[in-house]
Design a protein around this ligand. Structure first.
Ligand code: PSU
Ligand code: MN
Length: 310
């Protein structure tokens, strides 16, 4: 089941190394959501809470990040504190990994960098909030997250609540189709909308349990096609979603503010997430956290089903 490791990067925690050696379930977690997606000091508490959530489901957490030029899968508490601390912590997409390692930098890994490092470590399941994707002003800015193309060539299963609703969701789904990245709705025929249970778009395939996801993963491997990812799109519970009318209104304001202030590149996603949290009095943050918790729980269950096939 586990992949042979091609390099010494990333460094594994003892817990992760042991779990992999015994074919026990492991769930990779990203660190950008902690460093750049959530306000301090709550971000550190959430990072630790997500790790505990994985453990409570009988799996081992592997939070991925870069500290002083070393990439880790399985951060200890002091390292997580560094990444949650703010000052000097960079946001690292996969293209940023080599310069960060060479320069001795400290940085949080996005979905693309986390997926790359997790796959290198032999991890197969990764839980996050929402993927990056095609931004709404793509025709002008050409802003498409590196998450998508990396997932087209990395064999990992990513549990997410869809893509962030700040993006152009139909365009992102189209890109995923073009790139050949499989998308499964988990218990739903609708593509989730991150803060919302339903983005308004449909999914082509629906699964109802972790074993069904593991069966698709096994079929991917048996098929031997391109080393693409598998997305498990898991909606936030309707009772915990952001009010859709409030969502649409503040999102329009946030996009306008982004344009007026000339915010571009890596800064766009953190700016919009923060703007929404402020404009909804924290309600978007709660919906965001509810979605991430659900994904982490499901990620642990899928990792369990996958390990049981080993
Ligand atoms: N989802 C969240 N919060 C986040 C992100 C996703 O709930 O902070 C991060 C992820 O790390 C994702 C990144 O990979 O935003 C995408 O950034 P960009 O659009 O700059 O590629
Ligand atoms: Mn971008």
């Amino acid at each position: 089941m586990s992949q042979r490791r091609a390099s010494a990067v990333p460094v594994l925690s003892e817990e992760v190394r042991e779990a992999l050696a015994r074919d026990r379930p492991v769930v990779a977690l990203e660190s950008t959501i902690i460093s750049h997606g959530l306000p301090r000091p709550r971000n550190l508490a959430v990072g630790l809470e997500l790790e505990e959530l994985v453990r409570s489901q009988g799996a081992v957490p592997a939070t991925v990040g870069v500290v002083d030029g070393v990439a880790y899968a399985g951060l200890d508490k002091a390292q997580l504190e560094r990444l949650a601390g703010g000052a000097g912590v960079r946001k690292l997409g996969h293209r940023d990994l080599a310069p960060a390692l060479a320069a001795g930098a400290t940085g949080a890994t996005t979905v693309s960098a986390t997926a790359l490092l997790a796959a290198r470590a032999g991890l197969r399941v990764f839980a996050t909030g929402g993927l990056g994707g095609v931004h709404r002003e793509w025709t002008r800015t050409q802003d498409e997250s590196a998450d998508l193309s990396l997932l087209a060539r990395t064999r990992i299963t990513v549990v997410c609540a869809g893509v962030k609703s700040i993006l152009d969701v139909p365009a992102t789904l189209q890109r995923l189709e073009t790139l050949g990245v499989g998308v499964l709705g988990y218990g739903t025929r609708r593509f989730p909308g991150f803060y919302l249970a339903d983005s308004g778009e449909a999914v082509d395939w629906t699964v109802e349990g972790p074993e069904e996801v593991a069966a698709v993963m096994a079929a991917q491997d048996a098929l031997g096609g391109p080393d693409s990812a598998l997305l498990v799109a898991n909606p936030v519970a309707e009772a915990e979603q952001l009010d859709p009318d409030l969502h649409d209104r503040v999102l329009a304001e946030g996009l306008a503010a982004c344009r007026e202030r000339g915010i571009t590149g890596q800064a766009v996603t953190p700016f919009l997430l923060d703007f929404l949290a402020g404009a909804t009095g924290g309600a978007s943050l709660e919906a965001n956290l509810a979605a991430v918790r659900g994904n982490v729980r499901l990620g642990a269950a899928i990792a369990g089903a996958w390990a049981a096939r080993a």
